[in-house]
Write a protein that binds this ligand. Structure first.
Ligand code: MG
Length: 356
């Protein structure tokens, strides 16, 4: 299958590098254990080689410690000429790490744009460059957060195409929300606690309750630093325990084996697809489950993550559906599963009539 013709790059190609903040407006307030928000910051990146544009994006949930200021400060230090061969991913990541060790959302933005370029230059979507099979796409989940009864009914109706629901716990009214859903709907639920439970005893009490309510796994039940607590909990828990906040890059994974049953990979934690791919392979080699998630971000970063979806047992890629001012057309959810358009690269096409 040839998706698009390969494009020749001239030896004297000039590299364009542009980035700008872009605030994402949320369609519904987003409630986590620690806060509630109605908009979230982002930074869009474009790397241009000859006339080919690679699109990338950084999103900055507060818990990762990045901001528009930290991302743009990092990007301002990047020499665009060092990005001129987008296939030299190892070398470019080493260069980016030499600028600063962290700033992984900023690095993810560059990595996504480079992947978009390699795909556009070769005329292939990234999943094909990684040799992945999109016939085995996992189901994706739809997040339902606590709200007024009318809003909850609307969200439940909107979730209709999805085969799995996701509920945040560790917030007031969480068990009531699960009961409310269970009285109307029998689809499996995955639970994300965002470190909200304070002890093994509290976590186990909740997990035993959830295990009787068709819940399939529990994500980050306790403080990410409490490795010993998660190790004890995992031995007692009838449900798989998935690490999210406790895992950022492939370097974190070996220490998590035994304390968690799986990992949630996100491009903004890993610094892009390059390390995310390594994370999936390493987790599998250690017998762990693989989940691929996203932040609240446009279809650019979500479609990029979706390129690796065939590597996952579960995906949670609805971040683009939560925003009202998407800049891109890209991945879709069809019959509850990730569907990728035939665009080369990370699988997006810009929407031109958005004001920004
Ligand atoms: Mg999570």
């Amino acid at each position: 299958m040839v998706v698009a013709a390969a494009v020749a790059i001239s030896a004297s190609a000039t590299v364009g590098f542009r980035y700008y903040p872009y605030e994402l407006k949320l369609r519904h307030a987003f409630n986590l254990a620690s806060m509630s928000r109605t908009a979230t910051p982002g930074v869009q990146v474009e790397i241009t080689i000859d006339s080919i544009i690679g699109y990338g994006e950084a999103s900055m949930p507060p818990y990762l410690g990045e901001s528009v200021e930290s991302v743009t400060a990092f990007l301002s230090k990047v020499d665009p000429e060092r990005l001129s061969d987008p296939f030299a991913m190892e070398r470019i990541h080493s260069y980016l790490d030499s600028i600063a060790p962290g700033n992984r959302a900023a690095k993810a933005a560059i990595d996504i744009a480079l992947h978009d370029l390699t795909g556009k230059i070769t005329g292939q979507p990234c999943y094909r460059l990684y040799g992945l099979d999109t016939d085995v796409m996992p189901s994706t989940s739809y997040t339902i957060s606590n709200d007024t009864p009318d809003e909850l009914l609307r969200k439940l109706a909107e979730s209709e195409p999805y085969k799995v629901l996701k509920v945040k716990m560790g917030v007031p009214g969480d068990r009531e929300l699960i009961e409310w859903i269970r009285s109307r709907d029998d689809r499996p639920i995955c639970v994300d606690v965002n470190q909200g439970w304070k002890s093994v005893e509290e976590a186990l009490d909740n997990i035993l309750w959830l295990a009787e309510r068709n819940v399939i796994f529990v994500e980050q039940p306790m403080d990410k630093a409490d490795m010993e607590g998660h190790r004890r909990l995992r031995e007692l828990s009838p449900l798989p325990i998935i690490a999210d906040e406790a895992v950022q890059t492939s370097a974190d994974i070996p220490a998590l084996a035994g304390a968690y049953d799986g990992i949630n990979i996100k491009l903004m934690k890993s610094g892009g697809l390059h390390d995310a791919y390594k994370m999936a392979l390493l987790a599998r080699a250690l017998g762990m489950k693989v989940m691929i998630g996203c932040m609240t971000e446009t279809s650019c970063a979500v479609s990029a993550a979706a390129q690796l979806a065939p590597l996952a047992d579960w995906v949670d890629l609805d971040g683009n559906l939560l925003i009202a001012n998407d800049l891109f057309d890209g991945m879709k959810i069809v019959d509850g599963r990730v569907w990728l358009p035939e665009y080369p690269g990370v699988g997006v096409s810009p929407i031109t009539n958005v004001n920004h």
